[in-house]
Design a protein around this ligand. Sequence first.
Ligand code: F6R
Length: 612
Amino acid sequence: MCGIVGYVGKRKVVPVLIEGLRRLEYRGYDSAGVAYLQDGELHRHRCEGKLINLEEIMEEVSADSRIGLGHTRWATHGAPSQRNAHPHCDCTGKLVVVHNGIIENYHSLREELQEKGHTFISETDTEVMAHLIEEHLENDLVEAVRMAITLVDGSFALGVMWSEQPDQLVAVRNQSPLVLGVLEDSGTFLASDIPALLPFTNSVVFLDDQEMAVLKKGSWQVMQAESGELVEKTPQVIDWNVGMAEKAGYRHFMLKEIFEQPQAVLNTFRGRFDPETGEVLLPEINLSKKELAQIKRISLVACGTSWHAAMVAKYWLEKWARIPVDVDIASEFRYRSLILNPNVLVVPISQSGETADTLAGMRLAKSMQAKIITICNVVGSTMTREADGTIYTHAGPEIGVASTKAFTAQMVALFLLTLFMAQAKKTISGEESRSLLSVLLELPVLIEKNLLRIQDEMMPISEEFSRSRDFLYLGRGINYPIALEGALKLKEISYIHAEGYASGELKHGPIALIDRDMPVLALAPRDSVYPKVLSNVEEVKARHGRMIVIGTEGDDELQRISDYVITLPEIHEDLNPILYTIPLQILAYQIANIRGCDVDQPRNLAKSVTVE
Ligand code: F6R
Protein backbone atom coordinates (compact mmCIF):
# COMPACT_ATOMS: atom_id res chain seq x y z
CA MET A 1 0.00 0.00 0.00
CA CYS A 2 1.00 3.65 -0.21
CA GLY A 3 4.06 4.94 1.63
CA ILE A 4 4.64 8.31 3.29
CA VAL A 5 7.98 9.89 4.13
CA GLY A 6 8.58 13.38 5.49
CA TYR A 7 11.56 15.23 6.88
CA VAL A 8 12.47 18.59 8.36
CA GLY A 9 15.97 19.14 9.66
CA LYS A 10 19.59 19.82 8.88
CA ARG A 11 20.04 17.35 6.02
CA LYS A 12 19.21 17.91 2.39
CA VAL A 13 15.69 16.63 2.15
CA VAL A 14 15.54 15.02 -1.30
CA PRO A 15 18.06 12.20 -0.57
CA VAL A 16 16.28 11.55 2.74
CA LEU A 17 12.92 11.27 1.01
CA ILE A 18 14.23 9.02 -1.76
CA GLU A 19 16.05 6.76 0.70
CA GLY A 20 12.95 6.54 2.89
CA LEU A 21 10.71 5.76 -0.08
CA ARG A 22 13.15 3.08 -1.24
CA ARG A 23 12.74 1.41 2.15
CA LEU A 24 8.98 1.42 1.65
CA GLU A 25 9.05 0.01 -1.89
CA TYR A 26 8.16 -3.42 -0.54
CA ARG A 27 4.73 -2.15 0.43
CA GLY A 28 3.73 -2.08 -3.23
CA TYR A 29 3.10 1.07 -5.32
CA ASP A 30 2.65 2.26 -8.88
CA SER A 31 3.73 5.92 -8.84
CA ALA A 32 5.89 8.15 -6.69
CA GLY A 33 6.47 11.80 -5.92
CA VAL A 34 8.18 14.35 -3.71
CA ALA A 35 7.59 17.98 -2.79
CA TYR A 36 9.91 20.36 -0.96
CA LEU A 37 10.16 24.02 -0.05
CA GLN A 38 13.04 26.10 -1.30
CA ASP A 39 13.41 29.89 -1.07
CA GLY A 40 9.77 30.17 -0.04
CA GLU A 41 8.53 28.23 -3.06
CA LEU A 42 6.98 24.83 -3.29
CA HIS A 43 8.48 22.39 -5.80
CA ARG A 44 6.88 19.13 -6.80
CA HIS A 45 8.07 16.17 -8.91
CA ARG A 46 5.97 13.10 -9.61
CA CYS A 47 6.01 10.18 -12.01
CA GLU A 48 4.31 6.93 -12.85
CA GLY A 49 6.03 3.61 -12.19
CA LYS A 50 8.99 2.71 -10.05
CA LEU A 51 11.04 4.94 -7.80
CA ILE A 52 13.98 4.75 -10.19
CA ASN A 53 11.99 7.00 -12.56
CA LEU A 54 11.64 9.60 -9.83
CA GLU A 55 15.33 9.30 -8.96
CA GLU A 56 16.24 10.00 -12.58
CA ILE A 57 14.10 13.14 -12.52
CA MET A 58 15.64 14.25 -9.23
CA GLU A 59 19.18 13.82 -10.55
CA GLU A 60 18.48 16.68 -12.95
CA VAL A 61 17.23 18.94 -10.15
CA SER A 62 19.56 20.62 -7.71
CA ALA A 63 17.56 21.01 -4.57
CA ASP A 64 19.09 22.36 -1.41
CA SER A 65 15.86 22.20 0.58
CA ARG A 66 15.70 20.84 4.16
CA ILE A 67 11.96 20.22 4.39
CA GLY A 68 9.71 18.04 2.28
CA LEU A 69 7.31 15.15 1.81
CA GLY A 70 7.50 12.03 -0.35
CA HIS A 71 4.97 9.39 -1.31
CA THR A 72 4.59 6.10 -3.13
CA ARG A 73 1.03 5.56 -4.33
CA TRP A 74 -0.86 2.30 -4.74
CA ALA A 75 -3.78 3.28 -6.94
CA THR A 76 -7.29 3.15 -5.49
CA HIS A 77 -9.16 6.18 -6.92
CA GLY A 78 -7.87 6.88 -10.42
CA ALA A 79 -5.33 5.00 -12.52
CA PRO A 80 -1.60 4.99 -11.76
CA SER A 81 -0.40 8.14 -13.56
CA GLN A 82 1.69 11.23 -12.98
CA ARG A 83 -1.49 13.31 -12.59
CA ASN A 84 -2.82 11.06 -9.84
CA ALA A 85 0.53 10.65 -8.04
CA HIS A 86 1.00 12.39 -4.68
CA PRO A 87 1.78 14.97 -3.36
CA HIS A 88 -1.38 16.82 -4.34
CA CYS A 89 -1.72 20.61 -4.33
CA ASP A 90 -4.44 23.08 -3.45
CA CYS A 91 -5.51 25.81 -5.90
CA THR A 92 -2.80 28.23 -4.75
CA GLY A 93 0.01 25.75 -5.36
CA LYS A 94 1.37 26.64 -1.91
CA LEU A 95 0.04 23.65 0.01
CA VAL A 96 0.70 19.94 -0.56
CA VAL A 97 -0.74 16.79 0.92
CA VAL A 98 0.38 13.16 0.92
CA HIS A 99 -2.18 10.63 2.04
CA ASN A 100 -2.55 6.93 2.78
CA GLY A 101 -6.00 5.42 3.24
CA ILE A 102 -9.36 6.17 1.65
CA ILE A 103 -11.57 9.26 2.01
CA GLU A 104 -14.96 7.58 1.81
CA ASN A 105 -17.04 10.75 1.34
CA TYR A 106 -14.64 12.27 -1.18
CA HIS A 107 -17.25 12.44 -3.91
CA SER A 108 -19.66 14.73 -2.07
CA LEU A 109 -16.79 16.79 -0.66
CA ARG A 110 -15.38 17.24 -4.14
CA GLU A 111 -18.72 18.47 -5.47
CA GLU A 112 -19.10 20.95 -2.60
CA LEU A 113 -15.57 22.23 -3.10
CA GLN A 114 -16.03 22.56 -6.85
CA GLU A 115 -19.17 24.61 -6.23
CA LYS A 116 -17.06 26.90 -4.08
CA GLY A 117 -14.67 27.38 -7.00
CA HIS A 118 -11.91 24.84 -6.34
CA THR A 119 -10.34 23.28 -9.41
CA PHE A 120 -9.40 19.62 -9.32
CA ILE A 121 -6.61 18.22 -11.42
CA SER A 122 -6.59 14.53 -10.45
CA GLU A 123 -9.15 11.76 -10.00
CA THR A 124 -7.94 10.95 -6.48
CA ASP A 125 -9.75 11.11 -3.17
CA THR A 126 -6.58 12.70 -1.73
CA GLU A 127 -6.85 15.92 -3.70
CA VAL A 128 -10.04 16.65 -1.78
CA MET A 129 -7.93 16.93 1.37
CA ALA A 130 -5.67 19.58 -0.17
CA HIS A 131 -8.65 21.74 -1.17
CA LEU A 132 -10.51 21.12 2.06
CA ILE A 133 -7.54 22.30 4.11
CA GLU A 134 -7.15 25.30 1.76
CA GLU A 135 -10.80 26.15 2.38
CA HIS A 136 -10.13 26.44 6.13
CA LEU A 137 -6.69 28.01 5.92
CA GLU A 138 -6.23 31.52 7.27
CA ASN A 139 -2.86 31.74 8.90
CA ASP A 140 -2.44 28.51 10.85
CA LEU A 141 -1.95 25.19 9.07
CA VAL A 142 -2.52 23.11 12.22
CA GLU A 143 -5.93 24.72 12.77
CA ALA A 144 -6.91 24.28 9.13
CA VAL A 145 -5.98 20.58 9.15
CA ARG A 146 -7.91 20.06 12.38
CA MET A 147 -11.02 21.63 10.92
CA ALA A 148 -10.73 19.79 7.62
CA ILE A 149 -10.50 16.33 9.12
CA THR A 150 -13.70 16.79 11.08
CA LEU A 151 -15.50 16.74 7.70
CA VAL A 152 -13.89 13.59 6.43
CA ASP A 153 -15.10 9.98 6.71
CA GLY A 154 -12.67 7.15 6.16
CA SER A 155 -9.12 6.25 6.95
CA PHE A 156 -6.18 8.53 6.56
CA ALA A 157 -2.57 9.16 7.40
CA LEU A 158 -1.72 12.63 6.16
CA GLY A 159 1.40 14.69 5.76
CA VAL A 160 0.81 18.37 4.97
CA MET A 161 3.22 21.22 4.10
CA TRP A 162 2.50 24.91 3.40
CA SER A 163 4.96 27.38 1.99
CA GLU A 164 3.64 30.17 4.26
CA GLN A 165 4.81 28.22 7.34
CA PRO A 166 8.03 26.83 5.89
CA ASP A 167 9.54 25.45 9.10
CA GLN A 168 6.99 22.73 9.85
CA LEU A 169 5.20 19.63 8.63
CA VAL A 170 1.80 18.67 9.98
CA ALA A 171 0.77 15.02 10.23
CA VAL A 172 -2.45 13.37 11.30
CA ARG A 173 -3.53 9.79 11.67
CA ASN A 174 -6.86 8.03 11.57
CA GLN A 175 -6.87 4.24 10.98
CA SER A 176 -3.73 4.29 8.88
CA PRO A 177 -0.31 4.05 10.51
CA LEU A 178 2.10 6.95 11.00
CA VAL A 179 5.27 7.12 12.99
CA LEU A 180 7.74 9.89 13.78
CA GLY A 181 11.50 9.41 13.86
CA VAL A 182 13.23 11.79 16.20
CA LEU A 183 16.84 12.97 16.29
CA GLU A 184 17.28 15.42 19.16
CA ASP A 185 18.25 18.70 17.52
CA SER A 186 19.05 17.67 13.96
CA GLY A 187 15.76 16.64 12.46
CA THR A 188 12.36 15.02 12.66
CA PHE A 189 11.10 12.35 10.28
CA LEU A 190 7.66 11.14 9.33
CA ALA A 191 6.89 7.72 7.86
CA SER A 192 4.10 5.27 7.38
CA ASP A 193 6.36 2.37 8.37
CA ILE A 194 9.50 1.88 10.43
CA PRO A 195 11.92 0.68 7.69
CA ALA A 196 11.83 4.19 6.16
CA LEU A 197 13.28 5.55 9.39
CA LEU A 198 15.95 2.92 10.06
CA PRO A 199 18.74 4.54 7.99
CA PHE A 200 18.37 7.69 10.10
CA THR A 201 17.15 6.84 13.58
CA ASN A 202 15.88 4.06 15.85
CA SER A 203 14.06 6.46 18.10
CA VAL A 204 10.41 6.53 17.15
CA VAL A 205 7.06 7.89 18.31
CA PHE A 206 3.91 6.08 17.18
CA LEU A 207 0.84 8.19 16.53
CA ASP A 208 -2.50 6.81 17.66
CA ASP A 209 -5.79 7.33 15.87
CA GLN A 210 -7.02 10.90 15.91
CA GLU A 211 -3.64 12.28 16.87
CA MET A 212 -1.84 15.07 15.08
CA ALA A 213 1.83 15.95 15.08
CA VAL A 214 3.75 19.08 14.28
CA LEU A 215 7.29 18.34 13.11
CA LYS A 216 10.05 20.94 13.24
CA LYS A 217 13.83 20.79 12.86
CA GLY A 218 14.68 20.21 16.49
CA SER A 219 11.31 19.52 18.03
CA TRP A 220 8.00 17.73 17.66
CA GLN A 221 4.63 17.85 19.35
CA VAL A 222 1.70 15.46 19.40
CA MET A 223 -1.85 16.58 20.13
CA GLN A 224 -5.40 15.28 20.05
CA ALA A 225 -6.81 16.14 16.66
CA GLU A 226 -10.24 16.99 18.02
CA SER A 227 -9.41 19.07 21.08
CA GLY A 228 -5.90 20.24 20.20
CA GLU A 229 -4.83 19.12 23.67
CA LEU A 230 -1.14 18.14 23.88
CA VAL A 231 -0.40 14.42 24.30
CA GLU A 232 2.68 13.27 26.24
CA LYS A 233 4.68 10.76 24.20
CA THR A 234 8.04 9.21 24.96
CA PRO A 235 10.16 8.00 22.04
CA GLN A 236 10.62 4.22 21.87
CA VAL A 237 13.86 2.63 20.70
CA ILE A 238 13.31 -0.06 18.03
CA ASP A 239 15.83 -2.89 18.09
CA TRP A 240 15.78 -3.41 14.31
CA ASN A 241 18.80 -2.17 12.40
CA VAL A 242 19.12 -0.99 8.85
CA GLY A 243 20.99 -4.17 7.78
CA MET A 244 17.98 -6.25 8.76
CA ALA A 245 16.00 -4.49 6.06
CA GLU A 246 18.62 -5.07 3.33
CA LYS A 247 19.23 -7.98 0.96
CA ALA A 248 22.65 -8.98 2.35
CA GLY A 249 23.86 -10.51 -0.92
CA TYR A 250 20.65 -12.44 -1.68
CA ARG A 251 19.03 -11.88 -5.04
CA HIS A 252 15.69 -11.11 -3.44
CA PHE A 253 14.32 -10.25 -0.01
CA MET A 254 12.05 -13.27 -0.29
CA LEU A 255 14.99 -15.65 -0.67
CA LYS A 256 16.85 -13.98 2.19
CA GLU A 257 13.76 -14.28 4.34
CA ILE A 258 13.30 -17.97 3.47
CA PHE A 259 16.87 -18.54 4.60
CA GLU A 260 16.33 -16.51 7.77
CA GLN A 261 13.72 -18.96 9.00
CA PRO A 262 15.98 -20.97 11.31
CA GLN A 263 16.77 -17.70 13.12
CA ALA A 264 13.17 -16.47 13.04
CA VAL A 265 11.92 -19.75 14.54
CA LEU A 266 14.65 -19.75 17.19
CA ASN A 267 14.12 -16.10 18.12
CA THR A 268 10.38 -16.66 18.47
CA PHE A 269 10.65 -19.50 20.98
CA ARG A 270 13.89 -18.45 22.70
CA GLY A 271 13.42 -17.64 26.36
CA ARG A 272 9.76 -18.58 26.26
CA PHE A 273 9.92 -21.95 27.94
CA ASP A 274 11.88 -23.83 30.54
CA PRO A 275 13.38 -26.88 28.80
CA GLU A 276 13.77 -28.68 32.14
CA THR A 277 10.17 -28.45 33.27
CA GLY A 278 8.51 -27.85 29.88
CA GLU A 279 6.68 -24.84 31.31
CA VAL A 280 5.81 -22.20 28.69
CA LEU A 281 6.28 -18.64 29.90
CA LEU A 282 4.24 -15.96 28.20
CA PRO A 283 3.90 -13.10 30.69
CA GLU A 284 3.14 -10.75 27.78
CA ILE A 285 -0.32 -12.29 27.56
CA ASN A 286 -1.32 -10.16 30.55
CA LEU A 287 -4.07 -12.54 31.64
CA SER A 288 -4.33 -13.81 35.19
CA LYS A 289 -4.75 -17.53 35.93
CA LYS A 290 -8.37 -16.80 36.85
CA GLU A 291 -9.02 -15.08 33.52
CA LEU A 292 -7.35 -17.93 31.65
CA ALA A 293 -9.47 -20.49 33.46
CA GLN A 294 -12.60 -18.64 32.34
CA ILE A 295 -11.81 -18.88 28.64
CA LYS A 296 -14.34 -21.14 26.99
CA ARG A 297 -13.58 -20.51 23.32
CA ILE A 298 -10.80 -19.11 21.20
CA SER A 299 -11.42 -17.13 18.04
CA LEU A 300 -8.49 -16.79 15.63
CA VAL A 301 -8.85 -13.92 13.16
CA ALA A 302 -6.49 -13.11 10.29
CA CYS A 303 -6.05 -12.61 6.55
CA GLY A 304 -4.09 -14.43 3.86
CA THR A 305 -1.02 -16.28 5.03
CA SER A 306 -1.70 -15.34 8.64
CA TRP A 307 -5.08 -17.01 8.29
CA HIS A 308 -3.31 -20.22 7.28
CA ALA A 309 -1.25 -20.03 10.47
CA ALA A 310 -4.54 -19.70 12.36
CA MET A 311 -5.90 -22.83 10.64
CA VAL A 312 -2.87 -24.85 11.75
CA ALA A 313 -3.27 -23.55 15.30
CA LYS A 314 -6.87 -24.77 15.47
CA TYR A 315 -5.59 -28.35 15.22
CA TRP A 316 -3.08 -27.73 18.01
CA LEU A 317 -5.36 -25.85 20.37
CA GLU A 318 -8.24 -28.27 20.09
CA LYS A 319 -5.97 -31.28 20.45
CA TRP A 320 -3.84 -30.10 23.35
CA ALA A 321 -5.80 -27.39 25.18
CA ARG A 322 -9.21 -28.98 24.48
CA ILE A 323 -10.78 -25.59 23.76
CA PRO A 324 -13.17 -25.07 20.83
CA VAL A 325 -11.54 -22.82 18.26
CA ASP A 326 -13.12 -20.72 15.50
CA VAL A 327 -10.95 -19.56 12.64
CA ASP A 328 -12.13 -16.58 10.64
CA ILE A 329 -10.95 -14.61 7.67
CA ALA A 330 -10.98 -11.12 9.18
CA SER A 331 -13.00 -9.55 6.36
CA GLU A 332 -15.75 -12.13 7.04
CA PHE A 333 -15.49 -12.08 10.82
CA ARG A 334 -16.37 -8.42 11.05
CA TYR A 335 -19.57 -8.83 9.03
CA ARG A 336 -21.15 -11.87 10.67
CA SER A 337 -23.33 -12.09 13.75
CA LEU A 338 -20.62 -12.70 16.27
CA ILE A 339 -21.20 -14.35 19.59
CA LEU A 340 -18.47 -12.91 21.77
CA ASN A 341 -18.18 -12.20 25.46
CA PRO A 342 -15.47 -11.93 28.15
CA ASN A 343 -15.06 -15.72 28.10
CA VAL A 344 -13.87 -15.71 24.51
CA LEU A 345 -10.21 -15.11 23.73
CA VAL A 346 -9.83 -13.43 20.36
CA VAL A 347 -6.40 -13.77 18.76
CA PRO A 348 -5.82 -11.48 15.77
CA ILE A 349 -2.75 -12.73 13.88
CA SER A 350 -0.89 -10.28 11.69
CA GLN A 351 2.66 -9.83 10.49
CA SER A 352 2.24 -6.07 10.08
CA GLY A 353 -0.19 -5.37 12.89
CA GLU A 354 -1.87 -2.87 10.56
CA THR A 355 -4.10 -4.96 8.26
CA ALA A 356 -7.36 -3.01 8.09
CA ASP A 357 -9.74 -5.97 8.23
CA THR A 358 -7.94 -7.70 11.09
CA LEU A 359 -7.74 -4.46 13.01
CA ALA A 360 -11.44 -3.77 12.50
CA GLY A 361 -12.29 -7.32 13.60
CA MET A 362 -10.15 -6.88 16.68
CA ARG A 363 -11.81 -3.58 17.58
CA LEU A 364 -15.23 -5.11 17.15
CA ALA A 365 -14.29 -8.02 19.41
CA LYS A 366 -12.94 -5.59 21.98
CA SER A 367 -16.18 -3.64 21.94
CA MET A 368 -17.93 -6.93 22.76
CA GLN A 369 -15.67 -7.39 25.81
CA ALA A 370 -13.72 -10.33 24.45
CA LYS A 371 -10.11 -10.64 25.62
CA ILE A 372 -7.61 -9.81 22.87
CA ILE A 373 -4.13 -11.27 22.50
CA THR A 374 -2.49 -10.44 19.20
CA ILE A 375 0.31 -12.31 17.47
CA CYS A 376 2.34 -9.76 15.61
CA ASN A 377 5.77 -9.10 14.12
CA VAL A 378 5.96 -5.31 14.22
CA VAL A 379 6.72 -3.70 17.55
CA GLY A 380 4.49 -0.76 18.31
CA SER A 381 2.05 -1.45 15.46
CA THR A 382 -1.58 -0.53 15.98
CA MET A 383 -2.78 -4.01 16.91
CA THR A 384 -0.08 -4.39 19.55
CA ARG A 385 -1.06 -1.10 21.10
CA GLU A 386 -4.75 -1.88 21.23
CA ALA A 387 -4.67 -5.53 22.30
CA ASP A 388 -4.71 -6.68 25.93
CA GLY A 389 -1.45 -8.48 25.24
CA THR A 390 0.91 -9.32 22.37
CA ILE A 391 2.95 -12.40 21.62
CA TYR A 392 5.60 -11.01 19.31
CA THR A 393 7.01 -13.12 16.54
CA HIS A 394 10.67 -12.18 16.46
CA ALA A 395 11.14 -12.73 12.74
CA GLY A 396 12.76 -9.33 12.09
CA PRO A 397 11.51 -7.02 9.35
CA GLU A 398 9.81 -8.87 6.52
CA ILE A 399 10.24 -6.90 3.30
CA GLY A 400 9.26 -9.39 0.55
CA VAL A 401 5.55 -8.97 -0.10
CA ALA A 402 5.03 -12.73 0.07
CA SER A 403 5.15 -13.68 3.70
CA THR A 404 7.63 -16.46 4.55
CA LYS A 405 9.55 -16.16 7.80
CA ALA A 406 6.70 -14.31 9.49
CA PHE A 407 4.45 -17.29 8.72
CA THR A 408 6.74 -19.91 10.27
CA ALA A 409 7.32 -17.60 13.24
CA GLN A 410 3.54 -17.17 13.64
CA MET A 411 3.15 -20.93 13.80
CA VAL A 412 5.84 -21.10 16.49
CA ALA A 413 4.11 -18.39 18.52
CA LEU A 414 0.77 -20.18 18.17
CA PHE A 415 2.33 -23.46 19.18
CA LEU A 416 3.66 -21.82 22.35
CA LEU A 417 0.23 -20.31 22.99
CA THR A 418 -1.24 -23.80 22.62
CA LEU A 419 1.07 -25.31 25.21
CA PHE A 420 0.58 -22.31 27.48
CA MET A 421 -3.21 -22.71 27.37
CA ALA A 422 -2.97 -26.50 27.73
CA GLN A 423 -0.74 -26.12 30.78
CA ALA A 424 -3.07 -23.53 32.30
CA LYS A 425 -6.01 -25.89 31.75
CA LYS A 426 -3.97 -28.92 32.82
CA THR A 427 -4.90 -30.81 29.66
CA ILE A 428 -1.30 -31.72 28.88
CA SER A 429 1.20 -33.64 30.97
CA GLY A 430 4.69 -32.36 31.79
CA GLU A 431 6.12 -35.24 29.79
CA GLU A 432 4.08 -34.37 26.70
CA SER A 433 5.06 -30.69 26.95
CA ARG A 434 8.75 -31.53 27.28
CA SER A 435 8.65 -33.93 24.40
CA LEU A 436 6.90 -31.46 22.05
CA LEU A 437 9.22 -28.65 23.07
CA SER A 438 12.27 -30.82 22.44
CA VAL A 439 11.09 -31.14 18.80
CA LEU A 440 10.56 -27.39 18.58
CA LEU A 441 14.09 -26.89 19.92
CA GLU A 442 15.51 -28.98 17.09
CA LEU A 443 13.60 -27.24 14.33
CA PRO A 444 16.00 -24.35 13.59
CA VAL A 445 18.86 -26.79 13.00
CA LEU A 446 16.68 -29.12 10.94
CA ILE A 447 15.49 -26.29 8.71
CA GLU A 448 19.04 -24.96 8.36
CA LYS A 449 20.40 -28.38 7.41
CA ASN A 450 17.80 -29.00 4.74
CA LEU A 451 17.42 -25.60 3.07
CA LEU A 452 20.23 -25.89 0.52
CA ARG A 453 19.38 -29.49 -0.33
CA ILE A 454 15.72 -28.64 -0.89
CA GLN A 455 16.78 -25.71 -3.06
CA ASP A 456 18.91 -28.02 -5.27
CA GLU A 457 16.39 -30.85 -5.48
CA MET A 458 13.52 -28.47 -6.21
CA MET A 459 15.21 -26.75 -9.17
CA PRO A 460 14.48 -29.44 -11.82
CA ILE A 461 10.87 -29.55 -10.59
CA SER A 462 10.57 -25.78 -10.84
CA GLU A 463 12.07 -25.84 -14.32
CA GLU A 464 9.73 -28.55 -15.50
CA PHE A 465 6.58 -26.89 -14.19
CA SER A 466 7.42 -23.21 -14.61
CA ARG A 467 5.22 -22.99 -17.72
CA SER A 468 2.24 -24.82 -16.19
CA ARG A 469 -1.05 -22.99 -16.29
CA ASP A 470 -2.53 -24.46 -13.12
CA PHE A 471 -1.33 -26.27 -10.00
CA LEU A 472 -3.10 -28.26 -7.32
CA TYR A 473 -1.79 -28.60 -3.78
CA LEU A 474 -3.13 -31.35 -1.54
CA GLY A 475 -2.78 -31.77 2.19
CA ARG A 476 -4.72 -33.51 4.89
CA GLY A 477 -5.34 -32.78 8.56
CA ILE A 478 -2.84 -30.34 9.97
CA ASN A 479 -1.12 -30.06 6.58
CA TYR A 480 -4.24 -28.95 4.74
CA PRO A 481 -3.58 -25.27 5.62
CA ILE A 482 -0.03 -25.77 4.34
CA ALA A 483 -1.44 -26.88 0.98
CA LEU A 484 -3.46 -23.63 0.94
CA GLU A 485 -0.35 -21.66 1.82
CA GLY A 486 1.72 -23.35 -0.91
CA ALA A 487 -0.94 -22.50 -3.49
CA LEU A 488 -1.16 -18.90 -2.27
CA LYS A 489 2.62 -18.46 -2.46
CA LEU A 490 2.72 -19.79 -6.01
CA LYS A 491 -0.17 -17.73 -7.35
CA GLU A 492 0.84 -14.46 -5.73
CA ILE A 493 4.42 -14.36 -7.00
CA SER A 494 4.36 -16.45 -10.21
CA TYR A 495 0.79 -15.64 -11.36
CA ILE A 496 0.14 -19.35 -12.01
CA HIS A 497 -3.35 -20.33 -11.02
CA ALA A 498 -3.06 -22.61 -8.00
CA GLU A 499 -5.56 -24.16 -5.60
CA GLY A 500 -5.07 -25.85 -2.27
CA TYR A 501 -7.42 -28.69 -1.30
CA ALA A 502 -7.95 -30.99 1.60
CA SER A 503 -6.92 -34.14 -0.24
CA GLY A 504 -10.09 -35.98 0.80
CA GLU A 505 -12.06 -33.36 -1.14
CA LEU A 506 -10.37 -34.27 -4.40
CA LYS A 507 -13.01 -36.72 -5.49
CA HIS A 508 -15.79 -34.24 -4.74
CA GLY A 509 -14.96 -32.05 -7.71
CA PRO A 510 -11.37 -31.06 -8.41
CA ILE A 511 -10.43 -34.53 -9.66
CA ALA A 512 -12.21 -33.53 -12.87
CA LEU A 513 -9.28 -31.22 -13.56
CA ILE A 514 -6.65 -33.96 -13.53
CA ASP A 515 -4.98 -34.77 -16.82
CA ARG A 516 -1.42 -35.16 -18.13
CA ASP A 517 -0.84 -31.40 -17.91
CA MET A 518 -1.94 -30.90 -14.34
CA PRO A 519 0.85 -30.78 -11.73
CA VAL A 520 -0.36 -31.94 -8.32
CA LEU A 521 1.76 -31.44 -5.24
CA ALA A 522 0.84 -33.60 -2.25
CA LEU A 523 2.06 -33.28 1.31
CA ALA A 524 2.44 -36.86 2.50
CA PRO A 525 4.47 -37.12 5.70
CA ARG A 526 4.26 -40.42 7.55
CA ASP A 527 1.66 -39.19 10.02
CA SER A 528 -1.68 -40.43 11.28
CA VAL A 529 -3.45 -39.69 7.97
CA TYR A 530 -0.64 -40.96 5.72
CA PRO A 531 -2.50 -43.98 4.30
CA LYS A 532 -5.45 -41.76 3.35
CA VAL A 533 -3.18 -39.27 1.57
CA LEU A 534 -1.54 -42.13 -0.32
CA SER A 535 -4.93 -43.26 -1.64
CA ASN A 536 -5.61 -39.72 -2.81
CA VAL A 537 -2.25 -39.63 -4.57
CA GLU A 538 -3.09 -42.95 -6.27
CA GLU A 539 -6.33 -41.40 -7.51
CA VAL A 540 -4.35 -38.63 -9.21
CA LYS A 541 -1.80 -41.06 -10.63
CA ALA A 542 -4.53 -43.24 -12.10
CA ARG A 543 -5.66 -40.19 -14.10
CA HIS A 544 -2.12 -39.41 -15.30
CA GLY A 545 -1.68 -36.24 -13.22
CA ARG A 546 1.94 -35.11 -12.74
CA MET A 547 2.68 -35.90 -9.12
CA ILE A 548 5.16 -34.11 -6.84
CA VAL A 549 5.20 -35.53 -3.33
CA ILE A 550 6.79 -34.05 -0.24
CA GLY A 551 7.17 -36.86 2.27
CA THR A 552 9.28 -38.52 4.93
CA GLU A 553 12.92 -39.52 4.51
CA GLY A 554 13.26 -43.24 3.82
CA ASP A 555 9.71 -43.68 2.54
CA ASP A 556 10.35 -45.78 -0.61
CA GLU A 557 6.68 -46.05 -1.43
CA LEU A 558 6.67 -42.40 -2.56
CA GLN A 559 9.00 -43.04 -5.51
CA ARG A 560 6.57 -45.55 -6.94
CA ILE A 561 3.57 -43.26 -6.95
CA SER A 562 5.10 -39.94 -7.90
CA ASP A 563 7.10 -38.25 -10.64
CA TYR A 564 9.14 -36.23 -8.17
CA VAL A 565 9.79 -36.70 -4.47
CA ILE A 566 11.33 -34.34 -1.94
CA THR A 567 11.85 -35.80 1.50
CA LEU A 568 12.14 -34.24 4.93
CA PRO A 569 13.27 -35.68 8.25
CA GLU A 570 10.65 -37.42 10.37
CA ILE A 571 9.56 -35.34 13.36
CA HIS A 572 6.52 -35.27 15.64
CA GLU A 573 3.61 -34.91 13.24
CA ASP A 574 2.24 -31.83 14.99
CA LEU A 575 5.27 -29.80 13.96
CA ASN A 576 5.32 -30.94 10.33
CA PRO A 577 3.49 -27.82 9.12
CA ILE A 578 6.50 -25.66 9.99
CA LEU A 579 8.93 -27.95 8.17
CA TYR A 580 6.71 -28.73 5.19
CA THR A 581 6.15 -25.04 4.45
CA ILE A 582 9.80 -24.58 3.43
CA PRO A 583 9.83 -26.60 0.14
CA LEU A 584 6.61 -24.93 -0.96
CA GLN A 585 8.11 -21.47 -0.46
CA ILE A 586 11.18 -22.53 -2.43
CA LEU A 587 9.10 -23.97 -5.27
CA ALA A 588 7.09 -20.75 -5.59
CA TYR A 589 10.23 -18.62 -5.40
CA GLN A 590 12.07 -20.60 -8.08
CA ILE A 591 9.14 -20.77 -10.48
CA ALA A 592 8.51 -17.02 -10.14
CA ASN A 593 12.16 -16.36 -10.84
CA ILE A 594 12.27 -18.61 -13.89
CA ARG A 595 9.19 -16.83 -15.23
CA GLY A 596 10.93 -13.47 -14.72
CA CYS A 597 8.36 -12.19 -12.21
CA ASP A 598 9.04 -9.41 -9.73
CA VAL A 599 9.36 -11.73 -6.75
CA ASP A 600 9.57 -9.14 -3.99
CA GLN A 601 6.90 -6.82 -5.33
CA PRO A 602 4.33 -8.89 -7.20
CA ARG A 603 1.85 -7.00 -9.31
CA ASN A 604 -1.27 -5.58 -7.64
CA LEU A 605 -0.14 -6.66 -4.17
CA ALA A 606 0.87 -4.65 -1.17
CA LYS A 607 2.76 -5.72 1.92
CA SER A 608 0.57 -3.97 4.39
CA VAL A 609 -3.09 -3.88 3.43
CA THR A 610 -4.35 -0.86 5.32
CA VAL A 611 -7.59 -0.42 3.40
CA GLU A 612 -10.69 -2.58 3.63
C1 F6R B 1 0.76 -13.55 1.45
C2 F6R B 1 0.67 -12.44 2.36
C3 F6R B 1 -0.66 -11.91 2.72
C4 F6R B 1 -0.70 -11.49 4.19
C5 F6R B 1 -2.03 -10.81 4.51
C6 F6R B 1 -2.13 -10.44 5.97
O1 F6R B 1 2.08 -13.95 1.24
O2 F6R B 1 1.67 -11.94 2.82
O3 F6R B 1 -1.66 -12.84 2.44
O4 F6R B 1 -0.50 -12.61 4.99
O5 F6R B 1 -2.15 -9.64 3.73
O6 F6R B 1 -1.12 -9.57 6.36
P1 F6R B 1 -0.74 -9.39 7.87
O7 F6R B 1 -0.17 -10.67 8.36
O8 F6R B 1 0.27 -8.28 7.89
O9 F6R B 1 -2.00 -9.02 8.59
